[in-house]
Design a protein around this ligand. Sequence first.
Ligand code: FE2
Ligand code: FE2
Length: 366
Amino acid sequence: MYGTETVDDVVTGPPTPDEPLNAAETSAYDAAVRAAQQAPDRAEREASFEELIAADQRIEPRDAMPEAYRRTLVRQIAQHAHSEIIGMQPEGAWITRAPSLRRKAILVAKVQDEAGHGMYLYSAAETLGVDRGELLEMLHEGKQKYSSIFNYPTLTWADCGAIGWLVDGAAIMNQVPLCRCSYGPYARAMIRVCKEESFHQRQGFEILWTLMRGTPAQQQMAQDAVDRWWWPALMMFGPHDSGEAASNGHTAQSMAWGIKRFSNDDLRQRFVDMMVQQADRLGVRIPDPDLRWDEERQQHDFGAIDWSEFKAVLAGDGACNAERIAHRRRAHDDGAWVREAALAHARKHEARQQVQQDQQEVVRAS
Ligand SMILES: [Fe+2]
Ligand SMILES: [Fe+2]
């Protein structure tokens, strides 16, 4: 033994309940996977974009598609990919300070998963004729956005719990319907991503569960993190479907194209209903005095979202906007030698193969 770091948190009782904790553990996910597996092989028949969309079939990179559909997907997939890699930073900051070796190992795996999600998504975007280098440049220059949630700071260890439980939980709620998105490469990437996100959400729940069974100071730390992350997590579903704070019409078009399957408010409502039960299990308070069960709707009513905060963070006034981009640029510059080495290796490999091919031809010809 080198120290006490392997003596892990004392957990009393089961660390997680048996019921589904997030959307990737519900029948909605299973149905999306089944739909993907049963997608008919349509190699024999040429169908137009409109016919394929009407028949709820997948659009593949080889298919003709309207330019507006392609552009919408590039923007959405790029923004999603950027969110995955920027999203490594808030929790990455806690890897060196995780409270035990077990927690550290889990956190490293989680942050690494997010890098992987970014890679799947940049690859999916590249099937639409863009280059990941261009997309990264747009991120670095502020021309493409990432999810605003990552512009909030992680002040204590409990933030890693709140992010896993709430932020990954909200992300899964958004992403499970994307497993049935009309664009094949994006939908297939989401099937794998959602399974991994599900593990992220469970580990967040478990961090909070452990803290809530700890000392009063640990319980306070968990509650404080939930207080700070609850409202930003609700904002992750985007503007309301109607009314003053409504979105600008992207939703209707994305739904008609089969990219989006449920409205922002619909997904937000499902998320709240799911989280209220889990907050009870954890013993944390949701920081919303207007939250109550509505018997008639059979759903929870909840308080008004502060959209001025959402807009301010989106516009660059969050606590960490500048820090996140500066860190990302630095990481990109520091990695230049890796990209150069990989390219040099690929060129060498190609040249060697060419020599082998030439030699084989000479042998055959003689
Ligand atoms: Fe992710
Ligand atoms: Fe995640």
